[in-house]
Design a protein around this ligand. Structure first.
Ligand SMILES: Cc1cc2nc3c(=O)[nH]c(=O)nc-3n(C[C@H](O)[C@H](O)[C@H](O)COP(=O)(O)OP(=O)(O)OC[C@H]3O[C@@H](n4cnc5c(N)ncnc54)[C@H](O)[C@@H]3O)c2cc1C
Length: 507
């Protein structure tokens, strides 16, 4: 019996409850499928690529393996939870480890600061190298932890668009804390006031980029992001970021989820304001419930043909995109860790240039990720797999061919000066992505990595909800809707959607 035939039979056999179609097999689509298939729903995923995982993809070439999208892994408990739900077997585990040095920060004056995962060690590093009182940094880490504990249950775990969220005691307590959540100051203003030291301010301002925002305008409450790294830790899957997707995909298959790969969805069928099915490859598929895991812009502009439903916030506030080079380097660099940042001299100017300029910023902050530091099979002997990224504006029609050449020159100049090397000599394999290829490969509107930015004080409330009242039986998960971009938030969106569907069923 062919694999395809087996799948169809499984779909029919498992048709105990409602049939759900998920559009897109990003991490949130896979997570929704696990949660719902384990609750008796029949789930079928339509994916336009011939592979699953969306932004979490990889390149395997010339003995090098590169994760092409996300490189930072926090909150592994969210994957553990899916493994537990999916396998119902305590022996099944997702393999990952905690990393000693969360990130190495390189500054213009030659100082290298290691952000150790262990809090005491990080505080010692900061006090030794930056000559500041340990109380400043330990108080700051307590403050970001306070931000997390005050907001996590509302902003991350629940829908902000349901009355029930606001009627809970937890939410009420959080409202009393609003004056202390730095909502009315920017991240930079809050960090300047609390940290005082310019290098530390730069380090903590950088967390705005984790959802494609600008720390000089984004609200101080976003300092919550650093809590995950400094108070909970940075992790690395033992087989790289791509293994997150492989693990979730296996669980889906085990639970009878059907995958229609290479099947782009062209239209969602709405009748009397109820989602009824989808069109793909000129065929119609009906379903009781449809979940979209694709960029919200694409849904309204193409699948629903209702661009006017999109809020002006979603339309106008794009998160940043990136230029990334994947370099096979035939040399090893002892100074570098898994995650490395070579900072721009003037960080504020860099963000202004990203916003205003159609060119690459004059002095970009360079991020280098090297998984072969921990996964030796990711590069040949005495070599390293470098993922080298700078933030750039989303695609507004710039000449990306030219910008790529400019970016490459500026990145190489910076690496040479910070690491005292001639890096071009050691590049033996090269590939790249820019905002246009990110959009082409993952469907991210204008190449924005995280949907809309959080540069607005109200952005948490303005992000697209996980459902809309105007259309019944249509739900949204993934990095472009509530609660936000990045793997942990996308996984939470899947949880919110699945819980909502299951609880509606019980009503
Ligand atoms: C370069 C880069 C670096 C990043 N770094 C980090 C990081 O370090 N840490 C972190 O947590 N996050 C990071 N992110 C963000 C993170 O990758 C995403 O937020 C996360 O993967 C969420 O994905 P998703 O569930 O929204 O689905 P996506 O990964 O966006 O997948 C959507 C899927 O839908 C498919 N699709 C689109 N249109 C259709 C259609 N019409 N029909 C059928 N299928 C369709 C696409 O092919 C794709 O597979 C990064 C992203 C990028 C691109």
């Amino acid at each position: 019996m062919s694999e395809e035939y087996k799948s169809i039979n499984l779909f029919l056999a498992k048709n105990m409850s409602k049939e759900i179609i998920i559009i897109g097999s990003g991490v949130a689509g896979l997570a929704s499928a696990i949660r719902l298939s384990c609750n008796g729903y029949s789930v079928r995923i339509f994916e336009s690529n011939t592979y699953v995982g969306g932004k979490i993809s990889e390149i395997n070439e010339n003995g090098y393996r590169f994760d092409t999208g996300p490189s930072l892994f926090t909150m592994p408990n969210l994957i553990d939870e899916l493994v537990k739900i999916g396998y119902k077997n305590p022996n099944k585990k997702f393999d990952y480890k905690k990393i000693d040095v969360a990130c190495s920060y390189f500054f213009e004056d030659g100082i290298i600061l290691n952000a150790y995962s262990e809090k005491k060690r990080f505080i010692a590093e900061v006090t030794n190298k930056l000559d500041i009182d340990s109380k400043v940094i330990s108080k700051y880490l307590n403050y970001v932890s306070f931000l997390f504990n005050s907001t996590n249950h509302i902003f991350i775990k629940k829908s902000l668009h349901k009355l029930s969220t606001y009627l809970s005691i937890d939410t009420l307590f959080s409202f009393f804390k609003i004056p202390f959540l730095s909502i009315f100051k920017s991240m930079n203003e809050t960090n300047t006031q609390r940290l005082k030291n310019k290098k530390l301010i730069k380090i903590f301002n950088r967390y705005a980029t984790y959802n494609g925002s600008n720390p000089f305008v984004a609200p101080g409450i976003l300092n919550v992001i650093s809590h995950l790294e400094f108070n909970e830790g940075v992790f690395l899957p033992n087989k790289g970021m791509r293994s997150i997707v492989n693990c979730l995909y296996e669980i889906c298959l085990k639970n009878g989820v059907i995958f229609e790969l290479g099947s782009k969805v062209d239209k969602i069928d709405i009748q009397d304001n109820i989602a009824k099915g989808i069109y793909s490859n000129k065929k119609y598929y009906s379903a009781d419930i449809i979940i979209s895991n694709i960029d919200i812009h694409y849904v309204y502009n193409h699948l629903l043909n209702k661009p006017h439903y999109l809020s002006s916030h979603s339309k106008n506030n794009r998160s940043t995109s990136a230029i990334i080079f994947y370099w096979g380097i035939k040399k090893t660099f002892k100074k570098l860790s898994l995650h490395n940042i070579l900072f721009a001299k003037d960080y504020e100017n860099e963000f202004n240039e990203i916003k205003n300029s159609s060119n690459v910023q004059s002095d970009p902050t360079v991020y280098i990720n090297i998984t072969s530091k921990h996964i030796v099979t990711d590069a040949p002997k005495n070599s390293e797999n470098w993922f080298v990224m700078i933030n750039v504006s989303h695609n507004k029609g710039q000449n990306w061919e030219l910008l790529l050449q400019n970016a490459r020159k500026k990145i190489i100049k910076k690496i040479n000066s910070f690491l005292n090397t001639d890096i071009e000599k050691f590049i033996e394999y090269e590939d790249y992505m820019d905002p246009t290829s990110i959009e082409f490969k993952t469907g991210a509107f204008q190449g924005s990595l995280y949907g809309s930015s959080s540069n607005d004080r109200m952005s948490a409330f303005l992000r697209h909800p996980n459902f809309i009242n105007k259309i019944k039986n249509l739900y949204f998960c993934g990095g472009t809707v509530h609660p936000g971009g990045g793997i942990p938030l996308a996984l939470n969106s899947a949880k919110i959607v699945a819980n909502e569907i299951i609880s509606n069923e019980k009503k």
